[in-house]
Ligand binder design. Structure first.
Ligand code: NAD
Length: 265
């Protein structure tokens, strides 16, 4: 599938990776639909893409709400006549350890509250489920071909301090196997399912981190720098244009080599 033929729905499209995917797709001829919770950021991104000659609409969408996501998909269909590519970039982090102890007494000082766990699951996991389901039901009924993505992370391997986030990213990484299998079982041939698992990407969130912590992280990255959001967008575009990618999770990490330094010592 060529980007020029595609209608792409991008959630979390008003910032970071989602914004770059939306902009890259639009600049390569795709028609783009952006959903996000921040209206003024949606307006900014839609304005910038439109000013550059791209075709785009944006709709305030909370991916945890079925009705919002259904309205986003309906907007794609009513504006551009189809849905072909779905990139659910809406995501949040609420980092912390499950049990935090007092340095002096060794006793439990704080725990990760259930709401802190649940909030991340709601957006990253339930939100991705609703997004893919609402897109897929319309694509199947109308015989629209395309690709459903999930956005995993290198932290799917289990990052300390991220029991909530890593759990969601491990889960969405296995969805391509499940959904490509279900589509195969049902004779649905035209819809591929692919996960992308980025490493550390230079989005505002990551660039705004404590610089010492960031420099420490980069020591474990073989290319020695943050990945540019456009490198993720180009990888997603490559998957759209190459039908051989299906039912799999593609890691784009810049060579994250946890442990290599300690072994070398
Ligand atoms: N930045 C990285 O290094 C990195 C690495 C691996 C994976 N990821 C994943 O990529 C995705 C995007 O990350 P990012 O760094 O661009 O973050 P970001 O914070 O820049 O963008 C996330 C967007 O999601 C939106 N959002 C949050 N909750 C929402 C909701 N309920 N409904 C709709 N939109 C909502 C936010 O408003 C924001 O615009 C996330 O799923 C993240 O886990 C990021």
């Amino acid at each position: 599938m060529n980007l020029k033929e595609a209608v792409a729905v991008v959630t979390g499209g008003a910032s970071g990776i989602g914004e770059t995917v939306a902009t890259y797709f639009a600049s390569n001829g795709a028609r783009v639909v952006i959903g996000d919770v921040v209206q003024e950021s949606i307006d900014r991104v839609v304005g910038e893409i439109t000013a550059a000659g791209g075709r785009v609409v944006g709709l305030k969408t909370d991916v945890t709400k079925d009705a919002d996501v259904a309205a986003l998909m309906d907007a794609a269909v009513s504006t551009f006549g189809a849905i072909n590519v779905v990139v659910p970039c809406a995501g949040i982090i609420r980092d912390g350890v499950m049990i935090n102890t007092d340095r002096e007494t060794g006793k439990v000082k704080r725990v990760m509250e259930t709401d802190q766990f649940r909030a991340v699951v709601e957006v990253n996991l339930v939100g991705s489920f609703i997004t893919l389901r609402e897109a897929a039901r319309r694509m199947v009924d109308n015989n629209w071909r395309g690709v459903l993505f999930t956005i995993s992370s290198v932290n799917k391997v289990g990052q300390v301090g991220q029991i909530n986030y890593s759990s969601t990213k491990a889960a969405v990484a296995i969805w391509p196997r499940i959904l490509a299998g279900e589509f195969q079982m049902k004779g649905i041939k035209g819809i591929r399912v692919v996960s992308v698992a980025p490493g550390y990407v230079g989005t505002p969130m990551v660039r705004g981190m404590n610089q010492d912590a960031l420099n420490e992280i980069l020591k474990d990255v073989h290319i020695g720098r943050l990945i540019e959001p456009e490198e993720i967008a180009r990888a997603i575009a490559m998957v759209v244009e190459n039908e051989a990618f299906d039912g799999t999770c593609l890691e784009i990490t810049g060579g994250v080599t946890y442990g290599a330094r300690s072994i070398a010592k």
